[in-house]
Design a protein around this ligand. Structure first.
Ligand code: UTP
Ligand code: MN
Length: 471
């Protein structure tokens, strides 16, 4: 692709030849349409780029706002924000169209102002569409719905290098308790994941939210050293960012320093430190299935009718994970009460805190439930293939059957998909969604559902199967 600057020169060369692409020779082909692009959220460089593009196609695009403007083009602004801006200019909305940039890019593509449809009008909440311009002579809009829970996003994506970098940035921000920034990076990554092809030129990023110079600068200058230390310490099972932060301030920067420090560790943290390398190693699907077999047998022996489902990343089709997530329920409401403690004591009666004393549960795999607090547990088993002990994180959740569909949806993830589902429910439907229930805020009542499909239907969303929830 020719860089922007060089192409400008080339265009001025074709000016005298009077081709259709030349910038200055196109008269205003649509005198009834006077456009103004709002810089707010669009950014100065994208605005300049889009304005130039429009003028070349024969549109009148004003540099400054005036009362003559008929169409105001916005990106990621709500109708209310645009109206407030207009009022600040001493102008009202009267007689003016407030339009999303999708109307503009489609008009560029078709070479004339397209019919204004509902989806082109500014919404009450931001989102809408994200458009990517391939180069400045040809508009190839990638249209992506504003909410990740409206998009299908498989595990493969065309921009893995970028999305991996952004995921790291998100992780960094989350570890520093900067959830807002973390979400911004995750949203940007999710938008890139949904694009139908690879981004091939940096200039293309100009149009994408959260992917401007800021993100790129952050990659360069952010404190990778402290990030790395925080990542090591919070990588210990049972250690959160607060504890890690305290240790760092006390001069503990690695595992050896932690061992030497004489810090009091709880049972989970002791196990976490002991099995650090194992826990860092991703869990394979085969291991997840083996653990499913063991936990399944344990569940069956304490409550024969109880059911167990693999959730989390493995249900979304991932081949590896950082843990194995299970959801357990009982077909009879109420019979799930007390299931977890029974399960724990069943397992504990068969294991000990030391690997030497493990009990043979079947001839393939040993299981050791190690540190069990809340839902989290650490289980150790020996794999027949590797003939090696290995510790794995297991996340067990028990749900009453009446909440099962909500729990299944909530624990399948991805995290961003869940967050977006809740954002959609709240902003677009006036409902509150959790892993327990769906509540209609307007009607003041809970909405029942016995399957994930029903929940999507209540939310007015097309059903998205687990393997397409990898936002
Ligand atoms: P995980 O953190 O296990 O994510 O939580 P994952 O997608 O399975 O990723 P890997 O493969 O293990 O690395 C699974 C889902 O459970 C929900 C989230 O929606 C998440 O997507 N969850 C997790 C919660 O609701 N609350 C929690 O505290 C943790
Ligand atoms: Mn998981």
């Amino acid at each position: 692709m020719v860089p922007l600057k060089r192409r400008k020169v080339a265009n001025s060369g074709t000016l005298n030849a009077g081709t259709h692409n030349s910038a200055a020779t196109q008269p205003n082909k649509f005198p009834q349409v006077i456009l103004f692009l709002l810089e707010r959220k669009m950014g100065a460089s994208r605005r300049a780029f889009l304005s130039q593009l429009g003028r070349r196609k024969g549109f009148q695009v004003e540099e400054l706002f005036s009362k003559n403007v008929t169409h105001v083009i916005c990106e990621s602004n709500t109708a209310q924000e645009a109206r407030m801006w207009l009022e600040a200019q001493g102008a009202g909305q009267a007689g003016r169209h407030l339009l999303d940039v999708s109307w503009y890019t489609e008009s560029m593509r078709d070479g004339h102002p397209v019919e204004i449809l509902d989806r082109h009008k500014l919404q009450q909440t931001p989102g809408g569409t994200v458009h990517l311009l391939m180069n400045d002579s040809e508009v190839t809009p990638f249209s992506v719905p504003g909410y990740a829970c409206q998009r299908r996003c498989t595990l493969e994506n065309h921009n893995a290098v970028l999305t991996d970098a952004l995921s790291l940035l998100a992780e960094n921000a989350e570890l520093s308790d900067e959830d807002g920034r973390g979400v911004a990076f995750r949203r940007a990554a999710a938008v890139l994941k949904a694009l139908p092809s690879a981004v091939t030129n940096m200039s293309q990023l100009t149009g994408l939210p959260c992917l401007g110079g800021h993100s790129l600068r952050v990659i360069k200058v952010s404190g990778w050293v402290s990030f790395a230390v925080l990542q090591v310490l919070t990588g210990i099972f049972g250690v959160g960012s607060k504890t890690a932060d305290r240790w760092i301030r006390e001069g503990i920067h690695n595992l050896q320093q932690l061992r030497d420090s004489g810090q009091t560790l709880n049972r989970a943290q002791q196990a976490g430190l002991e099995h650090y390398d194992d826990i860092k190693q991703p869990v394979s699907l085969a291991e997840a299935e083996a653990i499913r077999g063991i936990v399944g047998r344990a569940v069956a022996s304490v409550s024969p009718e109880a059911q167990i489902v693999l959730t989390g990343g493995f249900r979304r089709g991932k081949l590896t994970g950082h843990d194995v997530d299970f959801l357990i329920t009982h077909p009879e409401e109420g019979s799930e009460v007390g299931l977890m403690p029974k399960l724990v004591s069943w397992l504990e009666s068969r294991v000990s805190c030391h690997l030497q004393n493990v009990l043979l549960i079947c001839d393939v795999i040993f299981l050791l439930m190690f540190a069990l607090f809340c839902r989290f547990s650490l289980c150790c088993f020996i794999d027949k293939q590797t003939r090696r002990w290995r510790a794995v994180r297991v996340d067990l959740v028990v749900s009453p059957i009446s909440q099962f569909a909500f729990a299944l949806l909530g624990w399948t993830g991805s995290k961003l998909f869940e967050r977006e589902l809740r954002r959609w429910a709240g902003h677009e439907k006036g409902m509150s969604l959790s892993s327990h229930a769906l509540y209609d805020n307007k009607q003041g009542r809970y909405i029942r559902a016995s399957s994930e499909e029903e929940i999507f239907a209540h939310l007015g969303l097309e059903f998205i199967p687990p393997n397409e929830r990898n936002a």
